[in-house]
Design a protein around this ligand. Structure first.
Ligand code: APR
Length: 290
């Protein structure tokens, strides 16, 4: 079945919600790019919104709040990250309606891949299969010692994070003062600025960009490379839809669905029909949180 291509009128592509719903019904290789916006309904702040993480760090007097995720800052002063990591520590065993929508696409064999920038690992609780998921910026799921590279289960350091303490690898950390400050420090396996993305990203993105037949971008400001340019490397004939609280006027989408991702996912499912209803017990929704 060939997807209907977005029509054009005097050069401008017109792509209506009903066309999108029709394409969603027909597509078998949906590529979804997600960001922090899909987890805010669970109380996890995003980064750049007014109430986002980067606006809660003025007390650190950093000239750029993104330094909390900078690898050089971390090796010199791990306390910078560990003084605020509790603010984005993910809840365990919770996920949003949007996560459940992605899982629904997977169950219907329509999900090609979910490229998430999120480090909260909530896709794991939503049952999104690791083969269908690329955690472009790593996740809190595991953590590693900077010195000996030993790997730990993420939750092992959650108590340290909650108490704003720096977790250290017992086999490396001697209680001697001469060891460098970063000696034996355990860092969550999240991609810091200055680090490369997981190899899995580069292994999948070229073929996925050729194979996808519909692109959804959800809950992201598309400000961070290389995820920000994924859509630029997908043939323009493939319909691309933005689902976001704020518009991205400088990016080229066929359709922008403005609003909360959970509410828009719910609207899409209602238009797709009864076999797309997502049972409410499956996800959490705190609609009071912005
Ligand atoms: N529904 C839909 N969109 C939302 C919602 C919501 N409930 N809440 C927030 N948003 C939107 C915001 O309008 C914003 O455009 O999600 C976007 C979040 O953008 P950012 O805060 O920049 O987060 P993100 O795009 O994921 O950041 C990318 O930056 O700091 C790095 O590594 C970090 O992965 C992160 C990367």
């Amino acid at each position: 079945i060939k997807l209907r291509l977005p029509a054009t009128k005097d050069g401008k592509r017109i792509y209506s919600i009903s066309q999108f719903i029709n394409d969603l019904r027909l597509s078998s290789n949906v590529l979804i790019i997600t960001g922090a916006g899909i987890s805010t309904s669970l109380g996890i702040p995003d980064f750049r919104s007014i109430q986002g993480l980067y606006n809660q760090l003025s007390h650190l007097h950093l000239n750029d709040p993104q330094l909390v995720f900078d690898i050089n800052e971390f090796t010199k002063r791990p306390e910078t990250f560990y003084s605020v990591a509790h603010l984005i520590l993910p809840p365990e065993d919770k996920f949003s309606l949007l996560h459940a929508f992605i899982r629904m696409l997977q169950d219907k064999k329509q999900l090609l891949r979910n490229y998430t920038q999120n480090i909260d690992n909530l896709e794991y609780y939503a049952g999104i299969d690791p083969s269908k998921l690329i955690q472009c910026h790593g996740s809190f799921g595991t953590a590693s010692c900077l010195t000996c590279r030993s790997r730990f289960a993420g939750p092992k350091i959650f108590n340290h994070i909650k108490q704003k303490q720096i977790p250290r690898c017992s086999s490396c950390w001697k209680n001697t003062q001469e060891a460098a400050i970063s000696y034996g420090v355990i860092k969550p396996d999240i991609t810091f600025f200055g680090e490369d993305l997981p190899k899995k990203f580069y292994k999948s993105i070229v073929n996925d960009s050729k194979k996808c037949d519909l692109v959804l971008v959800v809950g992201t400001s598309l400000k961070v490379e290389p995820v920000a340019s994924i859509i630029d490397n997908i043939p323009r004939r493939i319909p691309r839809v933005l689902i976001n609280k704020d518009p991205l006027p400088d990016r080229d989408f066929d359709l922008t669905l403005l609003g909360y991702s959970d509410a828009i996912a719910s609207l899409i499912c209602s238009k797709m029909g009864p076999e797309w209803s997502i049972p409410h017990h499956q996800f959490e929704q705190d609609l009071t949180s912005d």
